[in-house]
Design a binder for this molecule. Sequence first.
Ligand code: SIN
Length: 309
Amino acid sequence: MSVDLSTSLGSLKLSAPTLTASGCAAAGRELAQFGDVSTLGGVVTKSIMLNARSGRPTPRMAETPSGMLNSIGLQGPGIEQFIEKDLSWLTENGVTTIVSIAGGSVAEFGELARRLRDVPGIAALEVNISCPNVESRGQVFACNHESSSDVIRTVRSEWNDETPILAKLTPDVTDIVSIAQSVVEAGANGLSMINTLLGMVIDVDAMKPMLGGKTGGLSGPAIRPVAVRAVYQVHAALPDTPILGMGGIRNGHDALEFLAAGASALSIGTVVFGDPSAPWRIARELGEELDKRGYQSVREVIGKAHQAG
Ligand code: SIN
């Protein structure tokens, strides 16, 4: 098999098509026992906030049919510790690193971008404007055109021109295409999509929501058709905007579906909890799926499903 698995997200060249999804492999180091992390397309780190944060009350995870709910609430060590401990490990180990940032306000997003601007070893910034596990729906910036573009415009003004900014979108909106257009106009170079869908599980013995935070983000195979639809619609409207696709990808076949819809690279999330080697396995399987169909590269199938009309 001689399929070329390399791809790119705009100006960012990737030697492999699969990356970790933010929140599913911390800052990458915990995957090192399962494979060489530097051979992945990249690691997208758990969204980092300015200050250390303990997150939402437990329980924070619940199983659902074909998926899971998480209600972590952006737990993390804060930007200074992240730079010192996590980012330094990723840089020393030659990992293509996409740093995911999350702010409680537009100003906080700007401050994070300013703090990271001159730190070496960052291949791209993923701006998480779509975490569902926040204090109020008003903080899900990606639900609204104005707030999502305000965040991206502010980050753009604090960031450098060389390193791409990816805006992470939620599918919990009426029209994801118009949100995508807004953030691209505001300065995003690419899009990460999709984040989890807001969901709930009720414990009918206790007669209360299962999660401490009541609601949580639904991920896993249950959301894959929603993600594929969103990627397809956005690629149709913005064919020149690179998309990092994600949402329930379990194998090479699923990965191929996202490429055909218009994604240029893939983040592997929930499946990693059961199979930590999944980002490497899925890249291999994708190569086999492409080979079987007579394709020689990842690049030639990006958006292919649009040609059928
Ligand atoms: C969380 O930390 O609650 C999840 C983050 C996200 O879904 O964006």
